[in-house]
Design a protein around this ligand. Structure first.
Ligand code: SF4
Ligand code: SF4
Length: 345
């Protein structure tokens, strides 16, 4: 039986400071509603694109996962892929969750659905009526290679109107600057400069499409750059990506995998709830995670080489790229830990 797990304390915090500041304070827990996307960004971490299998959460599953994610005490959102591709299923799941007091705090979108004002107003008003507090909308050179800027601007305008200024999560630049984002991927030199100054984490599609624009390093070079997510604490190796109080995002995908952005499965929802994963100490979820937390990507690569025959690449651009290559090799023997296929293949 479902029960309300969305905290009134977090709603009061959002009342005070909005979803952006509340997320910064509490960190986030997300639903990867589907890996399928309406576009194929060059910097995508999870390998999302249009031609993936039609795997999406059922409405009831979405409501159940939202209940679990609210138990983490984090700001809860629904993302993808692009969740809006499956609007009817998404809306029904949010309706079920709202009836149980567990609507997500915000929805993430690439704005490709925002072809006119009517559809944006209708969908955002539905979300607001069902307890959603705001919208995260993406705008950067990679998204705007595919999504016309006016669609992002439309979502931003309607979000501010319906949810309030503090509950728009995304790029606040002037319209002219948003429109200029389309230029970056149109010229090789501009793209190279942009990747160099704003290097994405080199995993998934990003590694395939963008690593060519970064400098090469030997895998054991002490100057090999590290990336990761929101590194704000001075913790060794990859510990910040796995310690419960530090992880920026924990999420559940359509297969029930509990993961972080680092693409390592920490548990499955049919046997453990995300809050229990956090309480148990994710940095001890398995020996591969323990190795990353103690010895970083080079440590994982050595473990993969010594025990599983991983061949070191001659060069990599980031520790995260070395980690991804080692994980992709380890996936052959441990697909239950390094998965799903969408993230690695
Ligand atoms: S970054 Fe987001 S919008 Fe772009 S392909 Fe990945 S999931 Fe889709
Ligand atoms: S090296 Fe691997 S575990 Fe560490 S931050 Fe990068 S992707 Fe995550």
């Amino acid at each position: 039986m479902s029960c309300r797990s969305r905290s009134p304390v977090i709603d009061a915090l959002i009342d005070d400071v909005g979803i952006v500041a509340a997320s910064a304070r509490l960190h986030v827990a997300g639903v990867l509603f589907t890996y399928r996307c309406s576009i194929r960004c060059r910097h995508c971490l999870f390998g999302c694109r249009e031609d993936l299998p039609d795997t999406v959460m059922a409405s009831r599953q979405l409501a159940d996962v939202l209940e679990m994610l609210h138990e983490t005490g984090r700001v809860v959102h629904v993302a993808g892929g692009e969740a809006m591709v499956y609007w009817e299923t998404l809306a029904e799941g949010i309706r079920l969750a709202a009836a149980e007091g567990n609507a997500p705090h915000f929805i993430e979108t690439n704005c490709s659905f925002a072809t006119d004002d009517r559809v944006v107003e209708r969908r955002l008003a539905f979300l607001q009526e069902h307890g959603v507090r705001g919208v995260l909308a993406s705008a950067d050179p990679y998204h705007q290679e595919w999504v016309p800027p006016e669609r992002f601007l439309r979502v931003r305008d309607w979000t501010r109107r319906i949810f309030g200024e503090d509950n728009f999560y995304g790029n606040g630049a002037d319209a002219a600057d948003i429109e200029a984002l389309t230029m970056v991927t149109q010229a090789e030199g501009r793209l190279r400069a942009h990747v160099g100054t704003h290097p994405p984490v080199m995993v998934g599609t990003s590694r395939r499409e963008l690593s060519q624009y970064l400098d090469d390093f030997a895998p054991d070079d002490p100057d090999l750059p590290m990336a990761g997510w929101r590194r704000t604490l001075d913790l060794p190796a990859c510990l910040e990506q796995f310690r419960a109080d530090a992880i920026w995002e924990i999420h559940v995908d359509p297969y029930g995998n509990v993961q972080t952005n680092c693409g390592i499965i920490l548990g499955k929802t049919d046997t453990i709830r995300p809050a229990a994963v956090l309480a148990a100490g994710p940095e001890h979820a398995n020996r591969f995670v323990e190795c990353l937390c103690a010895a970083g990507p080079l440590g994982l690569a050595k473990l993969a080489r010594d025990e599983y025959g991983f061949e070191f690449p001659e060069f990599v651009t980031q520790g995260c790229e070395l980690c991804f290559l080692a994980r992709r090799h380890l996936r052959k023997t441990h697909p239950d830990i390094f998965g799903p296929a969408e993230v690695y293949e």
